[in-house]
Design a protein around this ligand. Structure first.
Ligand code: FDA
Length: 305
């Protein structure tokens, strides 16, 4: 059996022993490079640096494998505290979260209670909360929860993944809610039963859903490091006179930093996704799965302070 590097890093991303070991190392390896810091206060200086350069931010408290109710509640409190700090310090940042960190795998009542508390705080401060999309098994449930909350809250958004066959239909189904959506290629290992195995098909579907959501008149965050997709979007918005406040580009912290600044210089809205927290390991492994070259500059940083 042949194992490629993507499969290898995705396999490692789920290893609980390595995840625990990484927590005890602290965030030193990745801090200020591809993650903020081990907590929100230590990430604020990196966020403010980006804000000063005209980039907006979304922060995500990293957390994988949450199976305990008390941890899910801690994660909820952390998220609320983060929103309060963003508002108090007038930081240009939104919040992203994963429903599994709030108890999605534990019970529905818990995740609804936790989301309600977070969204009440977000609504009070008018700070957008985006529900990241996790693996395909959790996609329908995530969208059901999104739709339930979208009926009573404005400051909520979610993510759709171009690699799933279902996504064009999800764009259609969600349209009645006029949702703000982040569109991505998709980061998890999925079977050919549910996702396009070929990268070229994923890219074609990505363009298709960007086109659909923008032409439906909805706010669209195009989250990619791929120049071809970025150029496609620029041509599309020019052709249809789509205003700059109806879309933004998003990239991950530490990736393509020159391109991020160039997009701002050219007048586009650019948002940087900054993860922070002790649980940086799984996130780091998924980035390596996408692009092993991501390891090079992090390793360089280990020897150079
Ligand atoms: P891809 O990895 O296909 O790369 C295409 C090309 O872009 C490469 O060939 C190279 O030329 C260039 N490139 C890529 N990375 C580069 C780098 N670091 N430096 C230089 N060139 C580079 N996924 C998910 O499943 N659920 C989610 O909720 C999210 N959320 C999310 C938020 C944000 C802000 C981003 C940017 C991404 C996500 N993702 C995600 C991850 C997403 O699904 C996807 O796995 C990665 O963005 C990688 O795909 P790309 O579109 O960047 O291009």
């Amino acid at each position: 059996m042949q194992v490629n590097s993507r499969d290898f890093f995705l396999f490692l991303s789920k290893n609980k022993t390595l995840n625990r070991a990484a927590q005890s190392w602290g965030g030193g390896i990745a801090s200020g490079k591809i993650v903020g810091g081990i907590d929100f206060p230590s990430s604020v200086k990196f966020i403010k640096e980006l804000n000063e350069e005209g980039l907006s931010v979304t922060v995500d408290h990293l957390g994988e494998f949450v199976t305990s109710e008390s941890v899910a509640k801690e994660r909820t409190e952390e998220c609320i505290q983060t929103i309060e700090t963003i508002a108090a310090q007038k930081i240009n940042s939104q919040v992203s979260l994963k429903l599994t960190s709030l108890g999605l795998d534990i019970n529905d009542q818990l995740v609804y209670e936790n989301m309600t508390k977070i969204l009440d705080t977000a609504e009070k401060h008018q700070i957008m909360v985006t529900i990241d999309m996790e693996d395909e098994q959790r996609c329908q449930k995530t969208l059901d929860i999104f739709k339930d909350f979208k009926q009573s809250y404005n400051y909520i958004s979610t993510v759709l993944q171009a690699y799933l066959y279902r996504t064009a239909k999800d764009i259609d189904d969600l349209n009645e809610y006029h949702p703000s959506l982040r569109l991505v290629k998709g980061a998890y290992k999925e079977s050919a039963d549910v996702a396009f195995p070929e990268k070229s098909d994923v890219d074609d579907n990505f363009k298709k859903i960007i086109n659909m959501h923008l032409l439906n008149g909805n706010f669209t965050a195009i989250a990619t490091h791929d120049d071809e997709i970025i150029e496609y979007t620029k041509r599309l918005v020019d052709k249809h006179n789509i205003p700059k406040n109806q879309f933004e580009f998003q990239m991950l912290y530490g990736m393509r930093t020159t391109t991020q600044k160039e997009l701002v210089k050219d007048g586009y809205n650019m948002r940087v996704y900054i993860p922070y927290g002790q649980d940086w390991y799984g996130y780091f492994m998924r980035r390596l799965a996408e692009r092993p070259a991501n390891l090079a500059f992090v390793l360089k940083g280990m020897t150079k302070k």
